[in-house]
Design a protein around this ligand. Structure first.
Ligand SMILES: NC(=O)C1=CN([C@@H]2O[C@H](COP(=O)(O)OP(=O)(O)OC[C@H]3O[C@@H](n4cnc5c(N)ncnc54)[C@H](O)[C@@H]3O)[C@@H](O)[C@H]2O)[C@@H](O)CC1
Ligand SMILES: Nc1ncnc2c1ncn2[C@@H]1O[C@H](COP(=O)(O)OP(=O)(O)O)[C@@H](O)[C@H]1O
Ligand SMILES: [K+]
Length: 479
């Protein structure tokens, strides 16, 4: 599991280490890790032109000590000070002693220094930052050459370390070297996008895993959660997933949802609805039935909503069932908050940002700019587990850390791929995973399947469904 910790926890862990160890030890470790990463990116340090953007706090101190190390190896290092009177004194002295130079960020020549640098180190603000870049910092950042390497210290300045929100201008880094622990803002868009590749440097902080606010499943975690048929399994023991999706107008949604469900580990897929002919034509192994879902026979979990149109009756029939239910797409619009809250069996809602926005009564942009608070708010309101889809997929339940999905590709943003995900996650629910695990494992496999199917090129939703078994085997290999 990859865990991310909030700023308060990181600061508390830092205080503990500082109380025990020699002064400045943490910053020296951080700076050493930062310098090593810069050196690796540069390839040749000797003669390289480096600019340090240095703010008023310890983040600037890290940049200065790292700059001193690089200057000691023959790089031409210039520190551009954004708050000259409040610059980290020890760091500044170290840089000067190593042969580095210093300019005031308000001087005209500062922009030229930044523009000529091959590598720019962003030490403007770290976890102490609030809001976007201020004007002078933003101007200097805008001067960075297009082909320069940008390394952010701890977090890209302007990105909220706790949430990934960006209010105003922020640094776009190629690499972010973060200290002691991942911060949520490095793993959730838009912050994740600004951070580039994230490198974690161990500086000896001890964080209790119970304090994590965000977690990302890794291969081994997923392998441990995948359903595994035992020798005595039969299709009912493996779980039957019921799919209520599609309409005369959208039969394709039913086919795609069933396609995902068939690959999700349940023993059988039951389809109820008006697209039975289309489903059977593509997947003859599906059990189809007409009539209401409640009369369809044994089902361990339902998926309801993709392409459903305005069929509130079938939706209500499913929501009244006493087994886990996944509600997606049109189902989200039709399901009342009170009905969902009243359910006793687990409920998993899988909105994309637009659907989440409609449920919350805000704009899509508001959801996309503050995903963490949106997914938590929805989980709280509905008393359910919520999987918020998009460039960063998050899964939140009422309690415990939020899960962030580490797999996927922007090629997944293709019509119908969400239907495949709901079928897949519903199948995992039927196979016995709880709602959080079914959502997180479903998103993980779905993203990995898309990568398999894509290999850098476009994919269609059906390709993603077809690649799920390969993704599954891929994960199992680590078992
Ligand atoms: N906490 C830890 O465990 C460690 C922290 N270290 C470094 O220390 C950093 C935190 O240092 P600080 O607490 O001094 O805080 P920062 O260096 O992040 O910020 C310092 C000051 O910047 C100003 N500021 C805030 N927002 C601003 C904005 N938008 N534009 C311009 N100025 C702004 C504020 O006056 C703030 O107090 C970490 O991010 C990391 O780089 C490391 O040296 C090692 C260990
Ligand atoms: N930029 C992106 N990067 C990665 N995955 C994305 C991105 N945009 C969308 N996705 C994923 O693509 C899928 C699209 O689902 P959805 O929006 O429901 O589409 P549809 O309704 O057409 O099936 C989701 O799994 C979502 O997480
Ligand atoms: K920074």
């Amino acid at each position: 599991m990859r865990n991310a910790y909030g700023v308060e926890s990181v600061r508390a862990a830092e205080r503990e280490v500082m109380a025990r160890g020699p002064e400045g030890a943490l910053m020296r470790r951080a700076a050493a890790g930062l310098a090593a990463e810069c050196a690796q990116l540069l390839g040749k340090v000797y003669g390289a032109r480096i600019a340090l953007l240095v703010g008023s706090g310890d983040n600037g101190g890290d940049a200065l000590y790292a700059g001193a190390k690089l200057a000691g190896r023959g790089a031409g290092v210039t520190a551009v000070l954004l708050a000259p009177e409040r610059t980290h004194a020890g760091g500044l002295a170290a840089l000067r002693a190593a042969g580095g130079t210093v300019v005031d960020g308000s001087e005209d020549r500062a922009e030229g220094v930044v523009a000529r640098a091959r590598l720019v180190v962003d030490g403007i603000v770290g976890i102490g930052g609030r809001g976007g870049l201020r004007e002078r910092a933003a101007r200097l950042v805008a001067a960075v050459a297009g082909d320069a390497l940008v390394v952010a210290v701890d977090v890209p300045s302007g990105v909220d370390a706790d949430t990934g929100e960006v209010h105003g201008e922020a640094v776009r880094a190629d690499v972010t070297v973060t200290f002691g622990a991942y911060k949520p803002g490095l793993l959730i868009d838009p912050g994740r996008e600004y951070a580039g590749a994230v490198r974690l440097v161990d500086i000896g902080l001890e964080l209790a895993s119970g304090e994590r606010v965000l977690e990302a499943l890794q291969y081994a975690d997923v392998a441990g959660l995948l359903p595994r048929p035992s020798g005595e399994s039969d299709k009912y023991r493996r779980g039957v997933v019921g799919v209520v999706a599609g309409s005369a107008r959208y039969p394709g949604a039913a086919v795609l949802c069933v396609a995902g469900a068939l690959r999700g580990g349940a023993g059988a897929v039951r389809y109820v609805g008006p697209a039975a002919d289309a489903v059977i034509a593509r997947f003859p192994e599906t059990l189809v039935s007409a009539g209401p879902p409640s009369k369809a026979g044994r089902v361990q979990a339902w998926v309801v909503g993709p392409g459903l149109g305005d069929d509130g009756e079938r939706l209500r029939d499913v929501v009244a069932a006493d087994v886990p239910v996944l509600i997606d797409a049109d189902g989200l619009r039709l399901a009342g908050e009170r009905e969902v809250r009243a359910r006793r069996a687990p409920t998993l809602l899988t909105p994309h940002a637009g659907e989440a926005a409609a449920l919350l009564g805000v704009s899509r942009e508001e959801v996309e700019s503050a995903r963490l608070s949106a997914v938590r708010e929805l989980a709280g309101r509905y008393g359910a587990t919520v999987l918020l889809k998009g460039s960063t997929t998050l899964v939140a339940s009422g309690e415990g850390p939020v899960r962030v999905n580490p797999t996927g590709t922007p090629w997944l943003a293709t019509a119908g791929s969400g239907d495949v995900l709901s079928g897949l996650a519903g199948s995992l629910l039927a196979a016995g995973l709880d709602a959080r695990d079914a959502g997180a494992v479903g998103a993980y496999l779905h993203g990995l399947a898309a990568r398999h199917a894509s290999s850098g090129g476009p994919v269609a939703a059906q390709d993603v469904a077809d690649a799920i078994p390969a993704a599954w085997r891929d994960v199992r290999r680590t078992d």
